[in-house]
Ligand binder design. Structure first.
Ligand SMILES: O=C(O)c1cc(C(=O)O)oc(=O)c1
Length: 312
């Protein structure tokens, strides 16, 4: 079970493999904590990467993900379909089915998906679909196609996860606000943290959440968003300081609509691969009280992904 291969595929040049032997976090997540954004990649031998993919990763299996979950002190995962698998959800579905109910999934589907397939995904633990607008990751899908998919999954009680760059929010606003489901934003809508926190770009994101009660945000991926570091490596307890005010602002203003995830195995990071134990130690910087931590890591993800277990 080596991480460095990609099965029969060749990894994208310069690909950084996930960090082996992460430290034990100093921060102990509350009991029942959910890593609400992570992926599985392949293994390529068993679950081939999609022909239309924009990158070929190293393998990152369900067993490796579940081992990380236990090591970090988490109880559950939400496994988000990675773009390298296109709309073939089998690696993610297989992980959900092997998790003994401890993983839910977010799928990618095309307009051609049948009702039977949606029901099969639902039975496997899928609770949402992901719409991706990051141009380096996917080709364009027409919005009427996406709206049609959103309407169909709404009937299953699923939500829509959206991934986009902050500069694209104005253009996508009308589409996002027309979605008929709960809408979960990946990685805080990728703010440019070198810009002012009270500047127009991040203000627009806050307005998006303020004016639309169905919009949630993942306060994840400081390792992607940080410009100044320091990186979560070598025992660093104050990593990615420039991201802290942005994430903390979202957690404090919208405590009931935030989620957190490792983003393991961190696709497409170019300059470093974080120690996931130190990433967990980032959490108390953005959610400074036990009450906020409990909402972020337990109550909110349980409400969205396991409502039946909390009488919801
Ligand atoms: O920024 C990214 O490169 C990235 C890629 C993917 C994916 O390929 O699915 O998912 C993420 O959450 C982030």
């Amino acid at each position: 079970m080596s991480k460095s291969t990609s099965g029969p595929f060749e990894k994208t040049k310069g690909w950084l493999d996930w960090y082996e032997g992460p430290s034990k976090p100093r921060f102990a997540p509350p009991p029942g904590a959910v890593d609400a954004h992570c992926h599985v990649f392949g293994p390529g031998e068993k679950f081939p990467y999609a022909p239309e993919r924009k990158y070929t990763p190293c393998d990152a299996s369900k067993a490796q993900l579940f081992a990380l979950r236990d090591h970090l002190g988490f109880s559950r995962n939400v496994i988000v379909q990675a773009t390298c698998h296109g709309a073939d959800n089998e690696a993610m579905v297989d992980a959900c089915l092997s998790s003994q109910g401890k993983a839910r999934g977010v799928a990618t589907v095309r307009r051609s998906v049948s009702d039977e397939e949606l029901k099969r995904l639902d039975a496997a633990g899928v609770r949402g679909v992901r719409f991706n607008f990051v141009k380096r990751l996917v080709d364009f899908t027409p919005k009427d196609e996406l709206l049609e998919i959103a309407g169909r999954v709404a009937e299953l009680g699923w939500h829509v996860v959206i991934y986009f760059e902050a500069v694209d929010l104005p253009e996508l606003w009308d589409f996002f606000t027309a979605l008929p489901t709960t809408v979960v934003v990946d990685h805080m809508g990728r703010p440019d943290v070198s810009k002012a926190i009270d500047g127009p770009e991040f203000e627009l994101f806050l307005k998006f959440m303020r004016e639309h009660q169905n919009v949630w945000s993942k306060v994840s991926c400081p390792e992607r968003l940080s410009v100044s570091g320091p990186r979560a490596l070598n025992g660093e307890q104050g990593a990615y300081r420039d991201v802290v005010p942005f994430a903390r602002r979202v957690v404090e203003e919208f405590p009931d609509r935030v989620l957190w995830g490792t983003d393991w195995p961190h696709p497409n990071l170019k300059d470093h691969m974080p120690d996931d134990g130190l990433l967990v130690d980032f959490i108390p910087h953005i959610a400074p009280t036990a009450a906020l931590q409990r909402k972020l890591l337990v109550d909110n993800p349980m409400r969205l992904y396991w409502p039946e277990e909390i009488g919801g």
